[in-house]
Design a protein around this ligand. Structure first.
Ligand code: FAQ
Length: 329
């Protein structure tokens, strides 16, 4: 068994150079780190931050699409959208559960979201104006999510890696349903094709921003790569996404809203125009079009769910008391 770091009088792990070296050796050997293993505090904090933000993104991400459930154009579309939004709720729950194995409660994480301390993905602060947005979210937003999340299935922290395997399978279905919606519109009437193009125009750049700041500005990438929490940098994943998605847009007969987009034979990928990082940081810091609405709606749902949490807790306590009484007989 892996030898623990030294435990100090206050119960904290003393992070001696030997302990840190042994921990890094486990990571380098591709061993999974499990909840009861000793780990550097920075590793634990990085995971709580990333998994928490990821969970919040799934839950807040239900809002822009949930907005269209009652307006889906057919029963088939409504059923698929309903299932997708429910999947996202499930993803949030697996991720909160994974973060809880690191000693943080779901209540604490939710409080941090509602107080603005914890972030969620910038992409969910843009409004969903037409039905085509629902298709484009599936195609681009879930597409970007998959590109980012497939490598997370190999994350060094076991519970996060295992949660990601199921999540990625479901995201793949979401991406396909989105692409199929956009394909139907792109092959429809001129007005429908225009609607698809308009949605692509509005969601393209925000989708590229989902991968986070450029490598030069990413604060956490270097350490997260060393700990094998992240397997690729933000720019590497963004490039992979662009290279995979541009041919899909061409197949649909839609144009990507980037006049500087060019195939670069030498690098074997596309060159692209500059990303508006001022917009990215404004949205991340709360200045996007929908930030206020998203947190207001999330708070309302959390407050209205208080009675369910209280009832579940009372039930669990009653069961525990009954079990204890039976055991004492
Ligand atoms: N939005 O140093 P880095 C989905 C923050 S998928 C907001 O590069 P890191 C599925 C970052 O947190 C979307 N903030 O950070 C779905 C940090 O701030 P901090 C969610 C962002 O962690 C689809 C600061 O900038 N996916 O929801 C963003 O190494 C459809 C510096 O950045 C995940 O969360 C952003 N876009 O890399 C649901 C995947 N980017 O924490 C519904 C897991 C960066 O110091 C419908 N997360 N920031 O205050 C990750 O892979 C990483 O956390 C990155 C950022 C790549 C997002």
């Amino acid at each position: 068994m892996y030898s623990q770091g030294l435990i100090g009088a206050d119960g904290a792990t003393e992070e001696t150079p030997e302990f840190l070296a042994r921990f890094q050796a486990r990571i380098d050997a591709e061993e999974k780190i499990e909840p009861n293993d000793a780990m550097p505090e920075g590793y634990r904090r990085t995971l709580v931050r990333q998994i928490g933000q990821h969970a919040h993104s799934e839950i807040v991400g239900m809002l822009p699409e949930g907005n269209w459930i009652t307006r889906a154009p057919s029963l088939k579309r409504k059923a698929a959208l309903l299932a997708k939004v429910q999947d996202e709720g499930g993803h949030g729950l697996y991720l909160y559960a994974a973060a809880e194995t690191l000693g943080v409660s779901r209540e604490q994480m939710t409080e941090e979201l509602l107080s603005g301390k914890a972030k969620y993905s910038s992409i969910f602060n843009y409004p969903t104006l037409s039905w085509a947005d629902i298709g484009v979210i599936g195609w681009l937003v879930d597409g970007a999510a998959i590109m980012n999340q497939i490598p997370l299935c190999r994350c060094s922290y076991g519970p996060y890696a295992r949660a990601m395997i199921r999540i990625c399978k479901e995201e793949s279905f979401h991406q396909r349903q989105g692409y199929e919606i956009v394909m139907t519109l792109a092959r429809g009437t001129p007005a429908q094709k225009e609607m698809a193009q308009d949605a692509l125009n509005r969601w393209w750049w925000p989708s590229l921003m989902m991968f986070g700041p450029s490598d030069a500005d990413s604060q956490h990438s270097d350490q997260s790569m060393r700990w094998k929490i992240k397997r690729f940098t933000n720019d590497e994943l963004r490039q992979k996404f662009i290279d995979a998605t541009v041919p899909q847009a061409e197949f649909l007969g839609l144009s990507v809203p980037d006049p500087e987009l060019r195939w670069n034979e030498a690098k074997g990928g596309y060159d692209h125009g500059p990303i508006d990082w001022d917009e990215f940081w404004r949205v991340v810091k709360g200045g996007g079009q929908m930030n206020v609405d998203r947190i207001r709606d999330r708070k309302k749902a959390w407050d209205e769910g208080a009675w369910v949490r209280e009832a579940a807790l009372a039930h669990a306590e009653k069961r525990a008391a009954r079990k204890a009484a039976l055991a004492a007989e």
